[in-house]
Design a protein around this ligand. Sequence first.
Ligand SMILES: Cc1cc2nc3c(=O)[nH]c(=O)nc-3n(C[C@H](O)[C@H](O)[C@H](O)COP(=O)(O)OP(=O)(O)OC[C@H]3O[C@@H](n4cnc5c(N)ncnc54)[C@H](O)[C@@H]3O)c2cc1C
Length: 355
Amino acid sequence: MKVAIIGAGLSGLSCAHELEKHGVIPIIYEKNDYIGEMHSHVGGDLRIVHRPIKDSIAYYKKLGICVKPLNTLNRIIHYSPNKRTVIEGDLGYFQKRGKEKDSIKNQVYDQLKYTKVRFNELADYEKLSRKYDYVVVANGNGNFTEELGCWQDWVDTHVKGAIVLGDFDPNTLIVWINKDYCKNGYVYLTPFNERRASLVAIVTDVTEKGIEWLWQDFLYAENINYTIVEEFKLRHKTGYVYPHKIGNLYFVGTVAGGIDPFLGFGQMNAITTGVMAGRSIVYGKDYEKLIKNLVKSNLYMYEFRKAFNRLNNKDYDRLITTIGLPGIKQLFYDTSFNVGKYGGEILKIINKKNI
Ligand SMILES: Cc1cc2nc3c(=O)[nH]c(=O)nc-3n(C[C@H](O)[C@H](O)[C@H](O)COP(=O)(O)OP(=O)(O)OC[C@H]3O[C@@H](n4cnc5c(N)ncnc54)[C@H](O)[C@@H]3O)c2cc1C
């Protein structure tokens, strides 16, 4: 069986891994000359977001993919304009992103035994679909699915990031929400170690130039004076996709609408859709059925997004205070209560009333 994969990102590499496991050796076309991201940063798997999955690392292992996290995530400090809440516990993991050997993509890449990656090849799904039995489209954006009429825009953001030097706790995530400088998005700080961290602003409804002003506003408002040693900018779009397979084309990762429209998490969905596409190719199983929970969970996240968009800075203060209340904190963080699912169901009703 001849399989081509477009993109050596998390979803494409995970798909190759699953195919190899079943004796199918794909070819990956990668437009860059390296594996990973151009700019280093630290991402995360937040336990509260992935429920009912309890532990992302154990879950990846169950899919056959071994990933060593950069650190465990044991504390989240949330800031709204006038409030601060600290949550502590077993909250998830930090993952390194970038070109380094220990970045999550390179860890998955290292587990491939036979798959060849053709670097510096900008692939086109139309040409490949004539040449191969299956083409897994894993190129990390919605361009191809949009062209094919399966993509519907959800959230369009610009991302401004920096590598900063200072004093950090390697197990702590800091999050700021404030309409004045990130609109409906947020800013977060994730540490590489005690001395180095990534500081990232994800801003909605803004232009590429506009985000520079808001970034300055953020630094000023929050009195951030870390030493900035590197900066980067990206565009980040999420969308709803249907169907996830057309003819011999499989859509995985971001291409398949894998990034959640509320917080922008997509690593777990990238790995899951990659593995499930592999299984569907090998066993002829229905891909839609294999990924239906993931699609549902992003629909719930979209209800969170719609509700969040309606909040103002006063509401942010109330929200941050509320998640710090003992009963709520316990329910959300110390139990296996599926916040995404039940919160999503409730918000769906509220959002309908607010149309
Ligand atoms: C700044 C930032 C922070 C993030 N933080 C988190 C986080 O903390 N937690 C989380 O869960 N998710 C996070 N995400 C989302 C996560 O990175 C994505 O969900 C995930 O990487 C998507 O994987 P993918 O395989 O779909 O695409 P990618 O990993 O983007 O891979 C796509 C690959 O395809 C290649 N490519 C593109 N076009 C072509 C072409 N035509 N031909 C050949 N190759 C091509 C690209 O070069 C790239 O290697 C973050 C994203 C960003 C931008």
